[in-house]
Design a binder for this molecule. Structure first.
Ligand code: DX5
Ligand code: ZN
Length: 233
């Protein structure tokens, strides 16, 4: 299994991944180019099916379109019922990481196995109201845990602070070998708290796409990263 991609994203320190939900789909090529120039290290793609969540976004054809436009990692977040059925399609479309929701399946192990059979790292996501114990059994088999700081479905929702202790809970259960990601309501006011709580990959939608200048938006967010001890003189 190729888990190198997650390792390199983690090694870079806290990493912001733009959620492409609110980008200009009329000119995807330009959006990808602008974000690459701004210095992003990957793209977060939100797949919603109108069943698991009330909102509907896009499927594998758009993931494949992104694949043609960038060599950077594609972090695919499936908010769909029955992810098992579609794992192969998203892998073939060019996903580098596939994350599915614990709330959407009865047997998460099967989905994880299918993702691994495609030689990809597997992520498991929990909504803000879902406790860590729901994924306790399968966490050791996953390469990524996505803690939602909202209830999945829409961009632009308010950050749910109470999810932050979940990162420590997950670390206590499986140690350092899993990548920790947060998604929902991340902006200049919430990013430092998320990093301090243990999040390594930070998904950001509105706080990037509501700004004209993506480079500026990224710098504003990165400026809020907590200073590491090694930077303190
Ligand atoms: C919501 C998606 C998120 C969302 C992030 O279900 O998974 O990626 O679009 O958007 P903001 O940063 O606006 O909360
Ligand atoms: Zn997402």
């Amino acid at each position: 299994m190729s888990i190198g991609i997650l390792d390199s994203l983690r090694r870079a320190g806290p990493t912001i991944l733009p959620s492409m939900l609110m980008c200009n789909f009329g000119n995807l090529e330009r959006e990808v180019a602008l974000l690459e120039e701004a210095g992003v290290q990957g793209f977060h793609l939100d797949v919603m099916d109108g069943v698991f969540v009330p909102n509907f976004t896009y499927g594998m054809t758009i993931v494949a379109a992104f694949r043609k436009l960038t060599r950077l990692p594609l972090d695919v977040h499936l908010m769909i019922q029955n992810p098992l059925k579609y794992v192969d399609d998203f892998a073939n479309a060019g996903a580098d990481v596939i994350t599915f929701h614990a709330e959407a399946v009865e047997d998460p192990e099967k989905v994880i196995e299918k993702i691994h059979a495609n030689r990809l790292p597997a992520g498991i996501a929990i909504n803000s109201k879902t406790p860590v114990r729901r994924i306790e059994q399968v966490l050791p088999k996953c390469q990524l845990a996505l803690v939602m700081s909202i209830e999945a479905g829409f961009g632009g929702q308010r950050f749910e602070e109470s999810v932050l202790p979940k990162f420590t809970e997950i670390r206590d259960l499986v140690g350092d070998r899993i990548a920790l990601e947060i998604d929902g309501g991340i902006n200049a006011a919430t990013i430092a708290r998320s990093v301090n709580a243990g999040a390594e990959l930070l998904v950001v939608g509105s706080a990037i796409f509501k700004q004209e200048n993506y480079g500026r938006a990224l710098l504003d967010l990165q400026a809020e990263f907590p200073k590491s001890d090694t930077n303190v003189s």
